[in-house]
Design a protein around this ligand. Sequence first.
Ligand SMILES: [Zn+2]
Length: 387
Amino acid sequence: MDHSPLALAQSLLRCPSVTPAEGGALAFIESVLREAGFEVHRLVFSEPGTPDVENLYARYGKGEPYLLFAGHTDVVPPGDVSRWRHDPFGGVIDGSELHGRGAVDMKGGVACMMAGALAFIRERPDFKGSIGFLITGDEEGPAINGTVKLLDWAKGRGERFDACILGEPTNPNRLGDMIKIGRRGSLTGHVVVEGKQGHVAYPHLADNPIPNLMRILSALITKPLDHGTEHFDASNLEVTTVDVGNPAANVIPASARATFNIRFNDIWTPQSLEEEIACRLREAAGNTVRYTLTMEPTNAFAFLTEPNAFVGFIADAVEAETGIRPKLSTTGGTSDARFIVRDCPVVEFGLVGQTMHQVDERVPVADLDRLAVIYRKVLEAYFPEAV
Ligand SMILES: [Zn+2]
């Protein structure tokens, strides 16, 4: 079987694995890894109200240290297929690029992790340590029957990981631009201000909630939450909607509501941030504004993998292969790394994200080859040669 990153990526792209469908993608990975000597488990997880999802866990070797590759084979829908230059599930090569849904997010990355690991194992089949794959089919969907349950299941069998590479597309422009060593957290809140409905001509008989909502909202946004930390930008609160829903120009409404979302750095936990928000609202409201604050539960904590030797191995391998010293970043949205980091340090490095979730998602074949080499070099550095 051809274990080049291109051949592996083409096979994966031809599996129509739009969340929650497995589409043959995990079956393909299972067959390739099993043939290379991995112990492979296919796991279906369920939860009332969500579709069942298939996942895969594979391990080569029994020793320590244990390096884990993590990723997903599910993809977002292609949308209007007629707008694509090529069949989104055709694995078509056009010039120097491979086209298809998931080319960069992240079947291409999964193919490179496999190709890199298989090349390393061919070179040094008796290396001291273990290489694993944690592949979910539920990253682009509700993310309930995926990575979290897979990690719990692995923990239940006594699996212990020392480090993890998540192959999500991390580079903004060129392969080598950016490694993610952490992610910001995310927290959403709702404020409702109560007033008293009335006729606009008789305001003394009513209590307009809108100026009060504006006043307490401005207490949330005028003073910065912080000024950033060594590896993180400043936390940011965005008011995402303000709703009164009042169709009448001559009625003072009874209540007004707003929603906000905060992307926060490693100064905060969701709890400490909630306390800060509650405190600011309390001060701004004084005794005059009646309001309620509701925070949505979140599992998106901020986390940081300190730039240690492991991060260094990846940065060195990226630089050796691309000539670019990657930026160590914590920008962007949340990822499954926030779950894995409970068990071991996680670093994210993958392809260039420019076309992800778009029509004509595609990847340069040269990038696939280079990313596979980068992953192989990380393994070579991580599992030192016995002397
Ligand atoms: Zn992804």
